[in-house]
Design a protein around this ligand. Structure first.
Ligand SMILES: [Fe+2]
Ligand SMILES: [Fe+2]
Length: 206
């Protein structure tokens, strides 16, 4: 348990210091930079800041999961998903920098809030923890699909990253469901959509 805590604390520091380790190369590698004017770059950077915040939250949710999960068999698949989230964090952080933007100033706050929610869901038991993960992944996937509509059409590097992330999130949701996620009631989904709306609106600016 102490070992697990030290490991998770180390991960938390890496998340907040902005030095995540990607295990896979960025999907933008080898994709040519598009022709973007200042406004398009700023918009793309702000959208990637929102995605980066989402990935900071994903780190916290998976950490909460790792700290509270009782089912040992589930841990392996969830640890794999968590590693893929760390790739997302690194890829989106790199892309923000390439676009001349910066990550959210409120990352410590997003992280702490998500960790608290993850641990709270974990306290309800594995099925609800997994339900929370599955619903989060579903909403993130829908959100990324929206970004693909909104991103400048020429910004092929950002698009490559967002498309790869979206494919991974769909996999993560399937994993959570396969591991026995409960079905979240509609009011809980609505509350999560509302929280996500606040987060994305603020993170676009800050
Ligand atoms: Fe992700
Ligand atoms: Fe995910």
């Amino acid at each position: 348990m102490i070992d697990a805590l030290v490991l998770e604390f180390d991960r938390a520091l890496r998340v907040l210091a902005g030095t995540p380790r990607a295990a896979r190369p960025s999907p933008a590698a080898g994709v040519a930079e598009g022709e973007l004017d200042g406004a398009a770059r700023a918009h793309a950077a702000a959208l990637m800041r929102v995605n980066h915040v989402g990935e900071v939250c994903a780190q916290a949710l998976y950490q909460g999961q790792a700290l509270t999960a009782r089912d040992q068999a589930a841990r392996g698949s969830l640890a794999r998903a968590a590693r893929e989230e760390e790739d997302h964090l690194a890829w989106s952080g790199d892309r923000i920098r390439e676009l001349g933007g910066r990550p959210s100033l409120l990352n410590p706050l997003w992280y702490a809030g998500s960790l608290a929610m993850g641990v709270a869901a974990g306290a309800l038991g594995d099925r609800w923890n997994l339900a929370f993960l599955a619903e989060t992944e579903r909403q993130v996937e829908a959100h990324l699909a929206g970004h693909l509509e909104s991103l400048p059409p020429d910004d092929r590097r950002t698009r490559a990253v967002v498309e790869a992330m979206r494919a991974d999130e769909a996999k993560h949701r399937d994993t959570a469901i396969a591991l026995g996620a409960a079905e979240f009631p509609e009011p809980a989904r609505r509350a999560m959509r509302f929280a996500a709306k606040v987060m994305t609106t603020v993170a676009y600016r800050l």
